[in-house]
Design a protein around this ligand. Structure first.
Ligand code: SF4
Length: 444
């Protein structure tokens, strides 16, 4: 069968789609462009605004393909599938499978069954109590140099604005032995960088009473031959001192951390249910910088949470400046159905949210530019992802990421295909969102 996957949302969804793809390939199925596919998988996300509309619009487009091939069918997975469930069957005759976060592990077998039994429809929406094990099935072909390894699923925090615990279920940690076995296998197959994935990796193990995240992280960092380790996402309230210390002690733990702050106002943080104060947050930033002076910090900020006053917002601006983030992702608050914040008032008018977002943009951009400018003239180690998108013949030829995850475009005159290689480079120029430099040495 020829299949096509459309993915929305976060790295976890992207990792789920990659896994689905590998598993279907192992059945002898073939990934194909949308126009040629017989099976469509739409992996959805409902964290941001208007997710259902986006999914409906994709399904409307896919329905066109069914005119050419009446046997073509679709599956909808992820957060929106968990919310709407069998409602998709009524609205889109083409949809024959819905699966939630805990149903991903069984989705490939379900798709194979649907291909063999044209009259069937299936739904995999139940939450289960343990981490759903998945077949590893990496292909024999060479693997990319970077990989994601899931260490947990779901979340227990119920932050007031967030839909994740409702659509991805409660926290379930993956057994540490399985995580380590996958990391060893990937490293043995030439993978150089592994990102450990979970909604709140810092609370890893708390549901199983097993090893802590700090202990797991150190074991992953100790996998022989693994050049780089990253992890995402972290909740500030759970960021343990042992994890912070690891940044100073584990050579291959990349000096970068995404630490969602959400607001700099204690009153707003309290209403969000985040369980830390602005002072706690800045204390973590300070400890992280003491553990690893060159750590690059990024964050998420929500503007216009219900009840956010001008004073609250000014506090957020202040904390953003004090924390000196290398980058920040900012969003306007919007009600998600069923979450606690949907009932909170007063709502902040849309035009006020938009104005605050624009005002936040200014310091964020200035900090990001300063952070990139500070790299000029320095050396870094870059893991090459592939050729640069050249706008002109004299543009840099290879693109990769430095230790802190910044995009670096590099000139290189040599004969080698650098994809997947680690190189030493000299940074010569800071662009708006990236660096440019030249390769000095190719390591492997
Ligand atoms: S910790 Fe993150 S995923 Fe969990 S409820 Fe809060 S915002 Fe959502």
């Amino acid at each position: 069968m020829r299949y096509h996957i459309v993915t929305f949302g976060c790295q976890m969804n992207a990792a789920d789609s990659d896994w689905l793809s590998r598993r279907l390939d192992s059945f002898g199925w073939e990934k194909s462009p949308e126009r040629d596919a017989e099976v469509f998988i739409v992996n959805t996300c409902s964290v941001r605004d208007k997710p259902e509309q986006k999914v409906y619009s994709v399904l409307g487009r896919l329905a066109e393909h069914r005119r050419a091939n009446p046997r073509a069918f679709a599956a909808v997975g992820g957060c929106v599938a968990q919310q709407i469930g069998a409602g998709f069957f009524k609205r889109f005759p083409m949809v024959r499978l819905v699966f939630g976060a805990d149903g991903v592990a069984q989705a490939p077998e379900a798709l194979a069954r649907l291909a063999a039994e044209p009259g069937l429809r299936l739904s995999l929406l139940d939450f289960i109590e343990h981490y759903p094990q998945r077949e590893r099935s990496y292909p024999d072909a060479p693997l990319p140099a970077q990989a994601y390894v899931s260490i947990m699923q779901g979340c227990d925090n119920f932050c007031a604005y967030c839909i994740v615990p409702y659509v991805r279920g409660r926290q379930k940690s993956r057994p540490a032995g399985d995580v380590l076995a996958e990391c060893r296998e990937l490293t043995g197959r030439g993978v150089k960088e592994i990102t450990l994935l979970g909604q709140n990796v810092n609370s890893y193990g708390q549901d199983r009473g097993s090893v802590s995240f700090a202990a797991l992280l150190r074991e992953v960092c100790a996998v022989p031959g693994l050049a780089r380790v990253r992890f995402v996402t972290s909740h500030p309230k759970d960021l343990a001192d042992e994890v912070i210390a690891a940044f100073g002690e584990c050579q291959n733990l990349c000096p970068s951390l995404h630490l969602p702050m959400q607001s700099g106002s204690d009153a707003v943080l309290r209403r969000m249910g985040r369980k830390y104060t602005a002072r706690d947050y800045l204390g973590l930033v300070d400890k992280l910088r003491r553990a690893r002076a060159d750590i690059a910090l990024s964050t998420d900020v929500i503007v216009g949470f219900p009840g956010e006053s001008e004073e609250d917002f000014l506090q957020t601006l202040d904390v953003v400046r004090q924390a000196g983030f290398d980058s920040a992702f900012s969003f306007m608050y919007c009600d998600r159905p069923g979450v606690a914040a949907a009932k909170l008032t007063p709502k902040v008018p849309e035009e006020v949210k938009a104005e605050r977002l624009a005002r936040l943009h200014e310091p964020v951009e200035a900090l990001a530019e300063a952070s990139l400018a500070a790299r000029v003239g320095r050396r870094c180690r870059v893991l090459i992802e592939g050729p640069s998108k050249r706008a002109a013949a004299d543009e840099a030829s290879w693109r990769g990421r430095d230790e802190a995850g910044r995009t670096v475009n590099l000139d290189y005159e040599g004969p080698l295909d650098l994809t997947g290689k680690l190189v030493s480079a000299l940074v010569r120029e800071a662009k708006r969102h990236s660096l440019r430099g030249s390769v000095e040495e190719v390591h492997d």
